[in-house]
Design a protein around this ligand. Structure first.
Ligand code: SAH
Length: 234
C-alpha cells in the first residue's frame, strides 16, 4: 500500500474552536436567500441548515490555513463556498473567488460590496484558463463539490505556490477517490499530507478534508483542457 493511503486520522471535532458567526453571516444568509429566488444558488435554504452545511462546513478549512498565510483561491466557488465564509472570518487573508459562471460571479461581487469585504476578488474564468495567468500564485487553493479529486487536483494545484497546499472538502465516503488521485497528486508536484474526518459542529454529519502539500510547482503542461482532464484523468 502506498504510504499516503495510510494517512487517515481519527475523526475529530473540527469547528469546536470558538468561531462566532459575525453579523456579516446573517447578512450573507439574507443576500443568498433573496437571490436564490431568481437564480439557482443553493438547494438548502433553512437558516440553521445553511449555517451548518454552508457556513460551518466552509469554516472547517481554516483549521489548515495558519495565521500569516497571505492568499487563498476558491476554485468553482459557486455561491461562494467555502470562499466567502473564509473571507468573512479572516479579513487579513486575500481571498479570490473563481467561478466559470458569470451570473454567480456577479452575485459574489454584489455580496462582497454589500458586506464590505475588501479582501475579496471575484474572477469569472475557467480554472484551466485562469492557471495561464495565475500559475503558482496562491498560498492555498480550496475547493468543494466541483469534480472528482484527480480532476480537481489538475484544476487547483497549478495555482498553488511551492510550500502551499490544496485543500479539498469532501464527503466521508471518498477512500477510493483519494486512492485514484495518487498519481495525479504526484504528477502535479504534490504530496498527500492529511485526510481528516470530522463532524460538522452541531450535527452528526461526517465530512472530510483532504490536504495536499505542493512540494514543487506543477509542471507547465497542466492543467490541460477540461475535456482532456475528464476523459484521461491523470
Ligand atoms: N463550491 C461551491 C459550488 C459547487 S458547484 C459549493 O460547494 O457550494 C460547482 C461550481 O463550479 C459551479 O458554480 C460551476 O460554475 C463551477 N465550475 C465548474 N467547472 C469549473 C471550472 N473548470 N473552472 C471554474 N469554475 C468551474
Amino acid at each position: 500500500m502506498d504510504e499516503a493511503d495510510t494517512i487517515n486520522e481519527e475523526p475529530r471535532a473540527i469547528g469546536n474552536r470558538p468561531y462566532t458567526l459575525s453579523p456579516k453571516f446573517k447578512s450573507l444568509y439574507e443576500l443568498l436567500i433573496e437571490k436564490n429566488k431568481v437564480m439557482n444558488l443553493t438547494a438548502i435554504t433553512e437558516e440553521r441548515e445553511v449555517e451548518a452545511l454552508h457556513f460551518r462546513d466552509s469554516l472547517a478549512v481554516l483549521e489548515w490555513i495558519p495565521e500569516g498565510a497571505f492568499s487563498v483561491v476558491d476554485v468553482g466557488t459557486g455561491a461562494g463556498f467555502p470562499g466567502l465564509p473564509i473571507a468573512i472570518a479572516r479579513p487579513e487573508l486575500r481571498v479570490t473567488l473563481l467561478d466559470a459562471t458569470e451570473k454567480k460571479v456577479e452575485f459574489l461581487k454584489d455580496v462582497a460590496a454589500q458586506l464590505d469585504l475588501a479582501n475579496v476578488t471575484c474572477v469569472c474564468a475557467r480554472a484551466e484558463d485562469y492557471a495561464k495567468t495565475a500559475r503558482a500564485s496562491f498560498d492555498f487553493a480550496v475547493a468543494r463539490a466541483l469534480a472528482k479529486l484527480n480532476a480537481l487536483c489538475e484544476l487547483c494545484m497549478p495555482l498553488v505556490k511551492p510550500g502551499g497546499a490544496f485543500i479539498a472538502l469532501k464527503s466521508a465516503q471518498t477512500d477510493e477517490e483519494i486512492a485514484d488521485a495518487a498519481r495525479a497528486i504526484h504528477t502535479l508536484g504534490g504530496e498527500l499530507e492529511a485526510v481528516t474526518d470530522y463532524t460538522l459542529p452541531g450535527t452528526d454529519i461526517p465530512r472530510r478534508a483532504v490536504v495536499i502539500r505542493q512540494k514543487t510547482a506543477a509542471p507547465e503542461q497542466y492543467p490541460r483542457g477540461f475535456a482532456k482532464i475528464k476523459k484521461q484523468p491523470l
